[in-house]
Design a protein around this ligand. Structure first.
Ligand code: CLF
Ligand code: SF4
Length: 498
């Protein structure tokens, strides 16, 4: 393996040239036959805030190319009922509905975190995000965080809650140096809330209807204020429910911004009768991609929006968009495991240099695009196949997700992601799957990947989608900008970084 390549666990890192050479030596060739609101950089915030978000994949779009989170499902009890939740499954406030995660005791969870940290050098955050509510089941949440903090002092602890019992734990969270808390806030008007929450349990009593939502709202606002006061970064999750809170979320966005929330993540309701939820069984639909985008656009100028959320499982492991949870199930985690910081330390050093280089490359790309393209030039959507690191480094046939970037004279910005079943199975492409991938890529002008066969490339071309592998292992911004200039009839950029 080249000197410029480092292998950490299953992860290979290195420069563009070194990665290309490694791929060629494995018998692959790239000549191949067959704004997000949360994209924040150091210059956008004070150094203290940047230090908190620079390695958190959810709080920084840039960081999500490099760093991984893991969740442990330790706190299954809940104190409210959401109409989009069935308690058999994970907490739909943070996680993908209809999924059952593996429940762990705090001791099992702490062992699992060490096992993952030893194998996944990108790991930077441990989150508790259901099933149930982390604060309603506080004892288990606290035990888990305390133990993990002892074992791996530099890991970030991240908590997600419906907010009802959160105020009583804010001081303990601050004492444990928890810097990131998510509150799910679907309404600030209890009349709207009554359509989402049939009941809550608070102070040993059950409340129903508008009164329940009024108490929930008051507790959520109190928690938000208390967290902001203590310098804890608050992300607000809102589930977009068409006909119930779609227009109302603009008010939510304004209010949480006014109170100091760092980020607002508007997530689509995923509703299915098979999930057995009230909304699923009564035919309440989720929003279309266009409806979600409309609400996000209407919130422009308000609280910063997170657009790279993957609605992960409550036991997810890995970069956002990948889930390595099956490699670390209870039966696979050893009874005795000791933390070895070597791989994470090496990885962190590499990322610090790499992201500086990538940022400089993105600035170059932006300057060239802005300087050379007429102001009236249209916006383009470019999908990239990536396995992280901010590079075009995934084969088309293996991609089960494409990250979509928009590019215009203002530069290159993350827009959204699209999921699909990967086209290639056991080394062979499947036609049905390709049709579904093409449907998934509707509206996309160009796809960039590390490699694609002639056959799928021609089929995509017939569907009006250009696929290029010429930018394999380039930085995303460099490649997307080069595509844009070429599409606008301008010469490709001269300098490209390795
Ligand atoms: Fe987990 Fe949530 Fe912390 Fe991230 S997830 S507890 S803030 S570490 Fe992230 Fe997953 Fe979206 Fe959540 S992509 S579902 S926003
Ligand atoms: Fe379900 Fe989470 Fe709502 Fe509790 S807070 S009812 S676990 S979605």
């Amino acid at each position: 393996m080249s000197d410029n390549i480092v292998s950490l666990g299953g992860l290979t890192i290195g420069t563009k040239d070194a990665l290309e050479k490694a791929m060629a030596s494995e018998g692959c060739s790239t000549s191949g036959a067959t704004g997000c609101g949360s994209k924040q950089a150091p210059e956008d915030m004070d150094p203290e805030t940047w230090a908190k978000v620079k390695d958190h994949p959810c709080y920084s779009e840039e960081a999500h190319h490099y760093f991984a989170r893991m969740h442990v499902a330790v706190a299954p009890a809940c104190n409210i009922q959401c109409n989009y939740c069935n308690r058999k499954y994970d907490c739909a406030n943070e996680s993908r509905p209809g999924v059952v995660s593996e429940r762990l005791t705090p001791e099992e969870a702490a062992r699992k975190v060490i096992a993952v940290a030893n194998e996944v050098p990108q790991l930077s955050v441990l989150g508790i995000a259901g099933p149930g509510d982390s604060c309603a089941d506080w004892k288990k949440t606290k035990q888990t965080f305390t133990k993990v903090r002892e074992d791996i002092p530099d890991i970030r602890l991240c908590l997600s809650s419906n907010g009802l019992a959160l105020p009583q734990h804010v001081d303990e969270l601050a004492d444990m140096n928890v810097d990131h808390v998510t509150i799910t806030i679907n309404m600030i008007d209890p009349e709207v809330g009554a359509k989402i929450y049939p009941w809550i349990r608070h102070g040993g009593q059950r409340y129903y209807g508008v009164e329940a939502s009024r108490i929930l709202h008051e507790q959520q606002m109190l928690a938000l204020d208390m967290l902001v006061e203590r310098g804890i970064l608050v992300k607000v999750n809102s589930v977009l429910i068409p006909g119930i809170n779609d227009e109302h979320l603009l008010e939510v966005n304004k209010e949480v911004k006014r109170r100091g929330a760092f980020l607002h993540n508007i997530m689509p309701l995923i509703s299915d009768p098979a999930h057995g939820t009230h909304f699923g069984l009564t035919g309440q639909r989720g929003p279309t991609a266009a409806e979600l985008q409309k609400v996000q656009e209407a919130c422009a100028g308000g609280a910063n929006l997170m657009k790279h959320c993957r609605q992960c499982r409550a036991d997810a492991v890995g970069l956002l968009g990948e889930d390595r949870g099956q490699e670390f199930t209870k039966d696979l985690v050893p009874e005795e495991v000791a933390y070895d910081p070597a791989a994470r330390d090496t990885y962190k050093e590499w990322v610090a240099k790499e992201r500086e280089d990538r940022r400089a490359a993105a600035e170059d790309a932006k300057a060239e695009t802005g300087a050379t393209v007429a102001e009236t030039a249209p916006k383009l959507l470019v999908a990239v196949a990536t396995q992280g690191g901010g590079r075009i480094n995934h084969h088309f046939g293996h991609a089960s997700e494409f990250q979509v970037f928009e590019v215009d004279t203002d530069g290159v910005r993350f827009a959204f992601h699209r999921r699909c079943d990967n086209y290639c199975v056991d080394g062979a492409g499947e036609e049905d799957r390709l049709d579904r991938v093409i449907a998934t890529l509707e509206g996309i002008d160009t796809v960039l990947c590390a490699k694609i066969g002639d056959c799928p490339r021609e089929t995509l071309a017939e569907a009006g989608i250009t696929v290029l592998q010429d930018h394999a292992y380039d930085y995303i911004e460099t490649a997307v900008s080069a595509v844009y200039r070429a599409r606008m009839g301008l010469a490709p950029a001269q300098a490209e970084r390795a």
